[in-house]
Design a protein around this ligand. Structure first.
Ligand SMILES: [Zn+2]
Ligand SMILES: [Zn+2]
Length: 103
């Protein structure tokens, strides 16, 4: 028997791994950054990252700095009952989702 208890909590959808296009500083093209989550590492399609990973490239850092990552269990911003009903993130105003958290 596991002694873990699962509870439901809301988190900002920015916690979920998703991809973001980041314009290149030099070429006028763009790179794709995958933000990663607790199970997957962040990833970028640039050459620098290819040769230097797992060190994070500037594109991943730039995207990570803008991520909200609010989580009801770990963040300090309280979520109002209204936001909870409407599933709104109190930190960025974006959407939230229900996730299971082991406590
Ligand atoms: Zn990169
Ligand atoms: Zn948020």
């Amino acid at each position: 028997m596991s002694d873990l208890t699962l509870v439901l909590a809301q988190q900002c959808v920015s916690n979920r791994s998703h991809s973001v296009d980041v314009p290149s500083d030099s070429s006028g093209g763009s790179y794709t950054v995958v933000t990663g989550d607790e199970r997957t590492e962040p990833f970028c399609t640039c050459k620098w990252f290819k040769f230097n990973k797992p060190e994070l490239c500037k594109h991943i850092k730039r995207v990570a700095a803008k991520l909200c990552r609010w989580h009801a269990m770990y963040s300090t911003e309280p979520q109002s009952e209204g936001d909870k009903e409407a599933m709104l993130c109190p930190a960025c105003g974006g959407s939230t989702e229900w996730v299971q958290v082991a406590v």
